[in-house]
Design a protein around this ligand. Structure first.
Ligand code: PLP
Length: 362
């Protein structure tokens, strides 16, 4: 199987897996402690969690704290719901191409939601227009479907000048490009940066007040009760450290594959900006392509039809529609995503199979 769906999830880095095993001990071991227990095993586990917290925080700007959550979806819920005050009906402003974790949560809050448009390249403007009393602006750093990199530093400054909080979903950018320095809150997911599934984080700038989503034992500064998994935290921490240290090498590798991919998929149309984009994301379309048939014909390659989250729903991608694509164009698009462990040989073999199967449809 050739894996080319790096936006949906990434393979676990062997170094992260090894560290995780240390905290998945059985009887007689020392790695199974509850990190919230005061005895020695508990303190060892707590130390592992705090080391992981530092490593994840190093992916974020200075001047804030990392709250571990069960996923980035939960982190985004904590940010949006945790800053909502009872009786505060001020609007939220969110980009049209946000992940459902932001779009659906914003809609569920019951206050007005201003949708910030993107242009045909899939880019939001640096100073989007939103109502003057807007409470919070949310624009993602790198889009998960088309890879476009949003001008989040400019938008953060604009939001701040307007008196609004700025939330950035950095799930697809964390560890790959510099963090959104002006954000008040940043959501990250371990499994998108070669860490384990089941853990995410919300970075919160000092001074930003949040109410908990989950109450109970008061863990995570009272913001997210529940016993933490030291194994998941430790795996996340090692993955974050590797991403930070290997950021340039990862980007150079991805760039070399991107250049080759351009040749392999000549004749296909790229959705979204080619330049202002994470180059590990190829969202391509071909007029008249039956994507379901293509996926059935090319089972040896794991790639995606639109976003993994939306696939299976039968709905055309809201991201591709926001670029101005017709429903037909959106439905004839595929996403091929590669990263640290992808090889040129895999990309060549996959492209050959995909292109041949697409040509057979003509
Ligand atoms: N935001 C973006 C941009 C994503 O790509 C995803 C996952 O697909 C999420 C949020 C949700 O992340 P998680 O799987 O950790 O809930």
């Amino acid at each position: 199987m050739i894996y080319l769906d790096y936006q949906a999830t990434t393979p676990l880095a062997p170094e992260a897996r090894e560290e995780m095993l240390r905290w998945l001990d059985g009887p007689g071991g020392t790695g199974f402690g509850n990190p919230h227990s005061p005895h020695r095993l508990g303190r060892m586990a707590a130390a592992a969690v705090e080391l992981a917290r530092e490593r994840v925080a190093a992916l974020c700007p200075p001047g804030g704290k990392v709250i571990f959550t069960g996923s980035a979806t939960e982190a985004l819920n904590l940010a949006l719901r945790g800053t909502a005050r009872a009786g505060d009906a001020r609007p939220l402003a969110v980009s049209a191409i946000e992940h459902a974790a932001v779009l659906d949560t914003a809609q569920a809050l019951g206050c007005p939601v201003e949708i910030l448009p993107v242009d045909a390249d899939g880019l939001a403007g640096p100073a989007p227009a939103f109502p003057p009393d807007t409470r919070l602006v949310a624009v993602m750093q790198v889009n998960n479907e088309i890879g476009t990199i949003q001008p989040v530093d400019a938008i953060a400054a604009h939001a701040k000048a307007s008196g609004a909080l700025f939330l950035c979903d950095a799930v697809q950018g964390a560890g790959k490009i510099p963090p959104p320095a002006g954000a008040d809150m940043i959501a990250i997911s371990a499994h998108k940066l070669y860490g384990p599934k089941g853990i995410g984080a919300l970075w919160v700038r000092d001074g930003v007040e949040l109410a908990p989503l989950i109450t109970g034992g008061g863990q995570e500064r009272g913001l997210r009760s529940g016993t933490l998994s030291p194994a998941l935290c430790a795996g996340f921490g090692v993955a974050a450290q590797l991403a930070r240290q290997g950021c340039e090498a990862d980007a150079a590798h991805v760039e070399s594959l991107w250049v080759k991919a351009g040749e392999l998929f000549a004749g296909w149309t790229l959705n979204g900006s080619a330049e202002t984009r994470w180059h590990g994301n190829l969202n391509l379309r071909r007029d008249g392509l039956d994507v379901a048939r293509l996926m059935a014909d090319v089972r040896q390659v794991a790639f995606s039809a639109g976003s993994a989250c939306a696939s299976g729903s039968g709905r055309p991608s809201h991201v591709l529609r926001a670029l101005g694509l017709t429903e037909r164009q959106a439905k004839s698009s595929i996403r091929v995503g590669f990263g640290r462990y992808s090889t040129l040989a895999e990309l060549e073999e996959a492209a050959e199979k995909i292109v041949a199967a697409a040509q057979q449809q003509e």
